[in-house]
Design a binder for this molecule. Structure first.
Ligand code: UD1
Length: 340
């Protein structure tokens, strides 16, 4: 099978590429404009197995079409996107152009050139600020009410996919709504965890990334954004999922679409950890004490966001292997320390 991965030099895309190169024999073509993706990551991936890489921005519509005309692609796994929530509020058009418009063109080119399967990386941000978080977590039928352009740009792309599939019986999709993705490549050398790839994007805003930067001495201190939420310790609660578990669901989705209909799946563990718990876990696994300061809430942060992921477990037989906050923190820290 020929698989096209957009954004394959980025954080999540590279972990999916890694698993496809390691565990399958599919031919891989990566498209990336390298704006946030890393050349070094591509080099590391090429040590596993050969693949094709084209440096291309998805806004070059004609070139995207040419790539699809030339390479008989069966499946597209689409990651390339802008993902910083506060930036999406300041510069919404960047998000609607990069995320919604470019995705719409990619879907158009896909259907035109006979692509059969499309796997799309969406986000829990499509659910917005859930009011009545049930103890079972948010399932896929929960109302979608994004509270920022990032979430809306992804929800609009979801809709384009759904409508396109309705009108084209030989075009199927899987939409994954990610909860909080964290950690780095699980790779043991002499029984020591030595991630080969991880989050390289500068100016990252994610909690576990920031805590790992503090533990590795790259950052002097970090802030907790509010301790007045309606949670056990007052700090925000999220469902942190290891990037390798998240990636493995994408590999499953390729086979799933052979015999099943298009569908939407949450990806999380269904367990919540508070900001304080995450920071304590990072300090515990790294044995590093770092400064943490409490400040006021960050705009638009919901109190609790936990997935109900029973659908992907039952329908795709997806079985997480790294459902362990210590392992998530440790892998993020080892990656941060190794990459210098
Ligand atoms: C959000 C998006 C997610 C997106 C990600 C990228 C939603 C629902 N989710 O996740 O789809 O991929 O941003 O930016 O919009 N925190 C601190 N201090 C820090 C950093 C974070 O206290 O230095 C707290 C936050 O307030 C939050 C939790 O840690 O309670 C997690 O934050 P973060 O890692 O930024 O992810 P989300 O905002 O949940």
């Amino acid at each position: 099978m020929n698989i096209l991965i957009t954004g394959g030099a980025g954080y999540i895309g590279s972990h999916v590429a890694k698993q496809l190169l390691e565990f399958t024999s599919h031919k891989i073509l990566i498209l990336d404009n390298l704006s946030t993706g890393s050349k070094k990551t591509l080099k590391t991936l090429s040590l596993i197995r050969k693949f094709k890489f084209i440096k291309l921005d998805l806004k070059k519509f004609k070139k995207v079409d040419k790539v699809l005309q030339k390479n008989k692609i069966d499946t597209i796994i689409h990651f390339a996107a802008s993902i910083v929530v506060p930036e999406s509020v300041e510069n919404p058009l960047k998000y609607y152009m990069n995320n919604t418009v470019n995705t719409t063109n990619l879907i158009k080119c896909a259907t035109k050139n006979g692509v059969k399967k499309f796997i799309f990386s969406s986000t829990a941000a499509v659910y917005g600020e859930p009011e009545d978080m049930s103890t079972e977590g948010i399932d896929e039928n929960y109302a979608t009410k994004p509270i920022n352009p990032y979430g809306m740009s992804k929800l609009m792309s979801e809709r384009v996919l759904q409508d396109t599939a309705l009108a084209n019986s030989d075009f199927k999709f899987v939409i994954f709504r990610y909860f909080n993705v964290a950690g780095a490549d699980i790779n043991y050398k002499d029984e020591v965890l030595t991630p080969r790839i991880g989050q390289s994007f500068p100016n990252a805003t994610h909690l576990i990334k920031i805590a790992s930067e503090c533990a590795s001495g790259k950052r002097e201190k970090m802030y907790i954004f509010g301790d007045d939420f309606a949670t056990n310790d007052g700090t925000g609660v999220r469902d942190y999922i290891h990037v390798d578990d998240l990636a493995s669901a994408h590999i499953k989705a390729i086979d799933y679409l052979e015999d099943n209909q298009s569908d939407i799946f949450n990806l999380g563990y269904g367990k919540g950890f508070s900001v304080k718990e995450v920071i304590e876990t990072m300090k515990k696994v790294t044995e590093v004490e770092f400064k943490v300061e409490m400040i006021s809430r960050r705009a638009g942060d919901p109190a609790i966001l936990i997935a109900n992921s029973s659908k992907v477990k039952s329908k795709m037989s997806w079985t997480p292997k790294c459902d362990n906050l210590e392992l998530i923190c440790k892998s993020a820290f080892e990656w941060e320390s190794l990459r210098g």
